[in-house]
Design a protein around this ligand. Structure first.
Ligand code: ADP
Length: 185
């Protein structure tokens, strides 16, 4: 199965993707984790940090090769769960092209929805617990705005392909996971 997981920052994508990949036995590809994993003191890492530390999207020339390279690795040939990608319609189009070149396709796009006041509360709490450089008031606002303007259109793009299933992410993690399992069948 090839699954795309979409949800605003703080929706619980990381938690649910962790559970789902275990259940389905497919790798979890988080572009946020891949980008944060770039050595911060390297020249490339400095460029990456200059975007993500401010809640801005990393440019496609950095993100696209990372994703397509990873998708070509042996453990992804049987399927994978994409978390945090695609985040723009351009990325979605590039992903479709890449999948088509390999005679692959997406099976489902999961849309995890959570009201924005709940998101903000969760993100501020995570900021205290995890000390992530991008969990500050300002960057949280920037990331939510980018989601609204750039990533929400990706859902429209996939609606046209009839791939989207929406999940209520405001319930507790076990209940959300149950809904996700039902959606993927
Ligand atoms: P969150 O769910 O809080 O948005 P992620 O770990 O998914 O966190 O992403 C963290 C940051 O990594 C994003 O704010 C963005 O700067 C960068 N990033 C992740 N995925 C992409 C992508 N597909 N394109 C561009 N930038 C990305």
């Amino acid at each position: 199965m090839r699954i795309v997981f979409i949800g605003p920052p703080g929706a619980g994508k990381g938690t649910q993707c962790g559970r789902l990949t275990e259940r389905l036995g497919i790798p979890h590809l988080s572009t946020g984790e891949m980008l944060r994993g770039t050595e911060r003191n390297s020249p490339l890492g400095k460029i990456v940090a200059s975007y993500i530390d401010h809640g801005r999207l990393a440019p496609d020339y950095l993100v696209l090769p990372i994703v397509t390279q990873r998708l070509s690795e042996a453990d992804c040939l049987g399927g994978c769960l994409l978390d945090g990608f695609p985040r723009t319609v351009n990325q979605a189009e590039k992903l479709d092209q890449f999948l088509a070149e390999n005679a692959w396709k997406l099976d489902v796009v999961l849309n995890l929805t959570v009201p924005s006041e709940v998101l903000i509360a969760r993100l501020l709490q995570r900021a205290e617990q995890e000390n992530r450089a991008d969990d500050t008031d300002e960057t949280i606002a920037a990331r939510l705005e980018i989601f609204r303007t750039q990533t929400a259109p990706v859902l429209d793009y996939y609606q046209q392909q009839k791939l989207v299933k929406s999940i209520d992410g405001s319930k507790n993690p076990d209940e959300v996971f149950e809904l996700i399992c039902q959606a993927v069948g």
